[in-house]
Each structure stands twice: as C-alpha cells, then as structure tokens.
Design a protein around this ligand. Structure first.
Ligand code: EAX
Length: 341
C-alpha cells in the first residue's frame, strides 16, 4: 500500500481534544503510483507526465503522481490486478487485457472495426463508450477515459506478410486476449499469448515468429530489431483505458476527483494529438534503420477484411452481441454488421 496516510498519534489527538473513537484521520496528501508497459518518452507517457504535472499543480503538490513506464511494475494484466487491489493506484492497459475483468469489453477485440482514429474517438467518446467503461466499477476500477495505443500492425522476424494465408502456422505473439487469439487461430496462425515484458526475448530466441503492435511501440520497445519485416495491416484499433483504484478515487474529495478527471481528459487529448503523425514518423525511422515496411494493395487489404467475416459470424454470439452491433453501427461498419445479422 503506497498511499500516504498520516496517522494522528494519541498525543496529538489528545492535544486537539479528539477522542479515540474518531479513529484514524487521513490527510489529503497522496501519492499515486501509475504503472504502464509503454516506453518512457512515447506519446502515452508524454501524456501521463502531463497528467502528473497538472495534478501536482492544481493540488499545490498535495497529490503526487509517480509514473513508472517500461513495465517497471510488471505486465499489463498484473498491473490491472495491482490497481484493483490498491497496491498501485493507476495503470493504463490496452482494452484487450480488460476483457479478463469485464467481459462486455470484448467487443473491442474484434478486428477491423474502425477505419480511422477519428471514427474510433467519436464512438469511444460517445455515451455508448462511457457505458462500456462503467462495468469496470464491479472490478474495483474507475475508468477515467479512453487513451490510445493506436492501430496495430504486424512485425515478423522472417519474411513479409501480405495476405492472411501468409500467416498459416506462424507463431504470432498476441496479448492475453481471448478474441485476438481466436481470430489469429481462425486464419490458421499459431497465436502465442505472452505478456508484453516477455516479447523481446521471445522474438530473439525464436519462441515466436512475429508480433503485432502500433509502429511506435514496436520501435521504442526495440521489437523491430528482431522483427524487422513489417506490414501495415491496421488490423485493430487499440484503445488504452486510464484506470484508477475505485476505493482510492472515492476516498478523495469531490474537488480532487474533478482535478484527476480533468487532468486525465487533458492527457488523453494530448496523447491523441501527438499520435496523429507519430505513426508515419516512426515508420520512416524504422525504414531508415533497415526495416522493411509493406503497404497492402486494396485487394490485399480486402482479403484481410474478408478473412474476418467468418470469425465475426462465429464469435458474435460469444460476446454481448447487441453491444457489438451498436459499436459496428456507430463505426459505420456494414460489412461485419451483415456478417452477424
Ligand atoms: O498496451 O501487450 C501489448 O502488446 C500492448 O499493446 C501493449 O502492452 C500496450
């Protein structure tokens, strides 16, 4: 437990005329430990540092946010659990990991839902998006909003992937996300779920043949060193969720809650605007470092979308189908709406 709780000693209590039954008086100073797996300096962590600055400034230093990037406090699932149990106060995992905590969030783990980030933001920031986050309260977590990892692309150690058939038998590291695993299996790949801190070594040692993540994280986590054949599949738009321990959050005054919420909103705006061009910039850096980045032709891209049609048909009933339909509708995605009708 990291929270700063100043105990008032019996002596002090006596001096102030307090009686023993008034018990422990918590001060309003707190330290928030905020862990994440993203590399220090990446756009997410620039946003989280802004969050820390704003909270410190607006509380005159009463609330300190310590950001721990680079998996220093563990993998994503581990950190969600640590946040749940109050060992740390905040984390911001990929939404996929949260399916293990609130099954209704699985609808975001279906591939090719969103065509672009603007559409994703619009849907996530709507009432429907808020509704989707509310269920996390049952797991002891308050969601402060939808952050962003970005569109996930493939990075392979050996050979370029262009079409789904190229994934036949390929050992692909995925997150520990049931629907991701099911999709890659459905196209014949051999998905291998690993937590993020294990990925670099697994690629180096050939435990897996590839990985998928947005360019920025692939590059900053140096995964593009072993896996330098990249393909711009944009197969999933990956939002991250800013989470805070519910008991901790609710122990704060209304004013402090408002400061935390508005600093989180500012961080999310900052992250999204920094992300706008970062993918192209990093892609150029990956190429300059000797990586190969492949764009799909329209037919190839279509082949990927087609590959997901049977997956939708088969798996829509495994999740909250009405929510899945609502998301697809809001995203203007008629292909998969038809597939699950
Ligand atoms: O949320 O595990 C992953 O690949 C995630 O994309 C990453 O941890 C950021």
């Amino acid at each position: 437990m990291i929270r700063t709780t100043n105990l008032i000693t019996a002596g002090t209590m006596a001096a102030f005329g307090l009686t023993a039954w008034s018990g422990v008086v918590a001060s309003d100073s707190h330290t928030i430990k905020f862990g994440n797996v993203i590399s220090a300096g990446d756009t997410q962590n620039q946003g989280y540092e802004l969050f820390a600055e704003q909270v410190a400034e607006r509380t005159d230093g009463r609330i300190t946010v310590e950001v721990y990037p680079d998996s220093q406090l563990g993998g994503e699932r581990e950190m969600v659990e640590a946040t749940q149990f109050g060992d740390i106060e905040m984390t911001a995992p990929s939404v996929g990991v949260l399916a293990n905590f609130d099954k209704s969030l699985e609808v975001f783990d279906f591939p090719f839902i969103f065509e672009d980030a603007d559409t994703a933001h619009e849907v996530l920031d709507s009432e429907l998006g808020d509704e989707m986050l509310a269920g996390l309260a049952d797991s002891g977590l308050v969601a402060l909003g939808w952050g962003e990892n970005g569109f996930r692309n493939l990075a392979m150690t050996d050979g370029t992937v262009r079409v789904p058939e190229d994934m036949e038998g390929v050992k692909l590291r995925t997150m520990q996300v049931p629907m991701h695993i099911a999709y890659w299996e459905s196209i014949g790949a051999a998905p291998t779920p690993l937590s993020f801190p294990e990925v670099f070594t697994s690629l180096q040692q050939g435990v897996v043949d590839g990985v998928e993540n947005p360019y920025e994280l692939l590059y900053s986590a140096r995964l593009t060193e072993p896996a330098n054949y990249l393909t711009e599949t944009r197969h999933i738009y990956d939002p991250e969720v800013l989470l805070i321990n519910k008991d901790f959050y609710e122990s704060l005054s209304d004013e402090d809650q408002e400061i935390i919420q508005s600093a989180a909103d500012a961080a999310i705006d900052e992250i999204r605007s920094l992300k706008e061009n970062v993918s192209d910039e990093i892609r150029a850096e990956i190429e300059a470092a000797g990586g190969t980045v492949t764009d799909l032709t329209e037919e190839e891209r279509q082949a990927w979308i087609d590959s997901a049609v049977p997956f939708y048909a088969e798996n829509a009933s495994e999740v909250d189908t009405d929510k899945l339909k609502a998301i697809l509708e809001a995203a203007g995605n008629t292909t998969f709406l038809e597939a699950i009708r």
